[in-house]
Write a protein that binds this ligand. Structure first.
Ligand code: MOS
Length: 731
């Protein structure tokens, strides 16, 4: 922002949309008042694998208010084309109501549409489905694997066999569900061949592309709106079957249809963090300098899609070592397809690697923080590229100091507080500094206010607010003179609101468009004989509170309004854009974290309580410390869930999820959450994007679970190689 005063960016601004949310005026997917809307309820399959042999609908269709029951028996065949830019990758996917096959427990087998939600719910309970059942498989260990993804650098096997210190550990992590507060919901309405959908999604453009592909429509015939999203954590990154069902039902009935998943249905109607079995072998010298690592990874996927995620990167570049081998195998089970969940891949990898590093530290008697320092690389050893910015050392040092790490006793199980065993643990973490092409539209009106639009999404990080801050500084306007709008596929396209890339990608496009509009105004002023700025050097003009003036001569200037009114212009506008430089990358781009935790474990009951936690982040520039704190605290809370509570339990007989509700699937509540503190290293990374941010939403989750697990070991002397760590395991 050429010389513009930096006022809004970096300030702890409260959420600009906060009032709308607390007064209930913010409209989430199911809230949009659509004239004539009718209600759809999905009938879920009740076997884990097999074939539908019959669907009895007479009891349902004769209920008052019931308009239709749609299943594979009477549904039209849909084109289900492949489409680039869709939320759903090309190839296999669940094609709703297109055949009689049952691929997982809970798969939609029919939908009932009725005038009221109550009659649809009741009628759905009366639909009778008969099955030819086969035996489903949920065993990650014994089921055959898909073609592995492999990586090798040097000859790890030989080095492992000859290493002075050898570690061979197998960790297991459980399946987790996103469980956002807002249930997934869709309202679909057709106008001839044009489809409008109000949906809970983290990517209106991707959902638009998927709907166009499924129904065989041109992209421009589908509009997706999602102005508010009540939490996502990744669950809104796919166009799930219920979205298609709502659109299909609306088309069949020629009426707008609303479909809201129940909490229970979200356990099989959306994705999940897949369960892993992860064997890691480490070799080091007697001082803990790593010589080799071998990673053998198994993860669950569905039978109709091979879902893979970024599980391998951390093992390739977090620490220095000449030799690495990795194999990553997915196992096709009778489940629905998993999806990215906060810190996808990286969190699971960090749990295993950072727990194993802790094991190594105790084995050789080196402080865990010191062990990380000893294995710090000087460049990215997976690519040979220099790091753009890598300040993991500083995260570790600042964290150890601020946490009071040096006061801990070396030996495990050596601190007590009555019946409580006290321990501390730490872990490092890394997450990709992702960014992708994005656009934004900026309009400055003659009254001196601006409207900025980008498709984007705000599932909770505060996109409305942070984008307003960027635009305000770049335009030289007060925050309340800028309105930022998002969540409509008619707006300029943006990448998915995931992988922590929104600030880098959309923010940079917003800044670019705002810069262009400001420069347009300045150019008009310096060329206008009636302007006080006539003849001035445009590079010496700044804008503050909507008034352009010479930087060195503040009295000489005029407002945007004065300029535009005098010239008879209603507005100025521009399209901003951002695109990462074309490949290959010149730098290794990542954010880094160090997380420290203190736990108290009841010596008799095994109950673990986190007492305090500190995260230190090398995340580049912080646009809004209050929003960053809500990300960091949310990430730590999520990590407490991953470490100690969250576990989707599948009944191996039929794939029924035994705890598909928020009473039995445990997430942290207030009593589980202690004092959490976040520190951001001051800095910026202009190699990632012009704003200098590296992304924070995933980074704050990566490393939390292993810090807690390592603290549990320090408290108890018990190494639990499974998540979540429960009281039963520690008794
Ligand atoms: Mo995040 S898992 O990329 O929504």
């Amino acid at each position: 922002m050429t010389g513009q005063p930096n006022i809004a960016v970096g300030a702890p601004t409260l959420r600009v949309e906060g009032r709308l949310k607390v007064t209930g005026a913010a409209r989430f997917a199911a809230d949009h008042p659509i004239e004539g809307v009718v209600h759809a309820v999905v009938v879920d399959g009740t076997v884990g694998r097999g074939r539908i042999t019959g669907i009895g609908v007479s009891a349902a269709t004769t209920q008052p208010g019931v308009l239709a029951v749609i299943s594979h028996v009477n549904a039209p065949q849909l084109p289900y084309r492949d489409y680039t830019g869709s939320t759903n990758p090309p190839g296999q996917r669940l094609r709703v109501f297109q055949d009689d096959q049952i691929r997982f427990f809970g798969q939609p087998v029919a939908v009932v549409v009725a005038a009221t939600l109550q009659s649809a719910q009741h009628a759905a309970s009366l639909v009778e489905v008969a099955y030819d059942t086969e035996h489903p498989s949920y065993d990650l260990d014994s089921a055959p694997t898909n073609e592995p993804v492999t990586y090798a650098r040097g000859t790890a096997e030989e080095a492992l066999a000859s290493a002075a210190v050898q570690l061979d550990v197998t960790y297991r992590t459980s399946r987790n569900h996103h469980n956002p507060m807002e249930p997934h919901a869709t309202i679909a309405a057709w106008d001839g061949d044009r489809l409008t959908v109000w949906d809970k999604t983290q990517w209106v453009g991707g959902t638009q592309a998927e709907l166009a592909a499924v129904f065989g429509l041109p992209l421009g015939s589908v509009r997706v709106l999602s102005p508010f999203v009540g939490g996502g954590f990744g669950s809104g990154l796919r166009c799930w079957p219920h979205v298609i069902i709502a659109a299909l039902a609306a088309r069949e009935l020629d009426r707008p249809v609303k479909l809201v998943l129940t909490r229970r249905q979200m356990y099989f109607g959306t994705g999940f963090r897949p369960a892993y079995r992860y064997r890691l072998r480490l070799g080091s010298d007697g001082d803990g300098r790593l010589s080799a690592a071998a990673h053998h990874i198994r993860a669950e996927t569905s039978r109709y899609e091979n879902f893979q995620e970024g599980i391998l990167t951390t093992g390739q570049m977090l620490y220095s070592m000449p030799r690495v081998s990795q194999d990553y195998r997915t196992v096709s089970l009778d489940v629905n397809t998993p999806l990215w969940m906060r810190g996808p891949g990286y969190s699971t990898a960090a749990h295993v690697i950072e727990s194993a590093m802790d094991e190594l530290a105790y084995r050789i008697g080196v402080d865990p923080v010191e062990l990380r320092h000893r294995n710090e690389p000087t460049r990215d050893e997976s690519t040979g590229l220099p790091f753009s910015t890598r300040r993991l050392r500083e995260c570790l040092t600042v964290g150890a100091h601020e946490f009071g790490w040096q006061n801990r006793p070396r030996a495990p199980r050596s601190r007590r507080d009555g019946d409580l065993l006290i321990g501390t643990g730490m872990a490092a973490g890394v997450y990709d500094a992702t960014r992708n092409a994005a656009q934004a539209r900026v309009r400055l009106d003659a009254d001196g206010s601006a409207v900025v639009e980008a498709a984007s999404s705000d599932m909770g990080p505060g996109t409305y607010t942070s984008m307003t801050q960027v635009a305000a500084d770049s335009l030289g306007l007060a925050l309340d003179s800028v309105q930022f709008l998002l969540g409509d596929s008619l707006m300029p396209p943006t990448p998915m609101h995931g992988a922590s890339q929104t600030m880098a990608s959309v923010g940079s496009a917003v800044q670019d468009g705002s810069d262009k509009v400001r420069r347009q105004a300045i150019t008009l002023a310096v060329q206008d004989a009636n302007s006080p700025l006539y003849g001035a050097d445009p590079d010496k003009v700044i804008v503050h509170q909507g008034r352009m003036s010479l930087r060195d001569q503040p009295a000489r200037g005029e407002t945007y309004s004065q300029l535009l009114s005098r010239q008879g212009r209603t507005h100025l506008d521009a399209r901003g854009s951002f695109a990462p430089p074309p490949p290959p990358e010149r730098f290794s781009l990542y954010g880094y974290a160090a997380t420290f935790a203190e736990v108290a474990v009841d010596a008799h009951l095994g109950l673990v309580r986190v007492r305090r936690m500190l995260g230190v982040y090398d995340a580049g520039r912080i646009v809004n410390p209050t929003l960053a704190d809500s990300q960091a605290i949310g990430g730590m809370v999520g990590g407490i869930g991953t470490a100690l509570l969250e576990h989707t339990v599948t009944d191996p007989r039929d794939g029924r999820i035994a705890n598909a509700n928020l009473a039995d699937y445990l997430v942290p509540v207030n009593a589980d959450v202690p004092n959490l503190r976040a520190i951001y290293l001051r800095g910026e990374d202009r190699e990632v994007d012009p704003i200098g941010v590296k992304g924070i939403g995933e980074l704050v989750h990566v490393g939390v679970a292993p810090a807690i697990a390592n603290a549990v070991f320090h408290a108890t002397g018990r190494r639990i190689r499974e998540l979540p760590i429960t009281a039963e395991m520690l008794q």
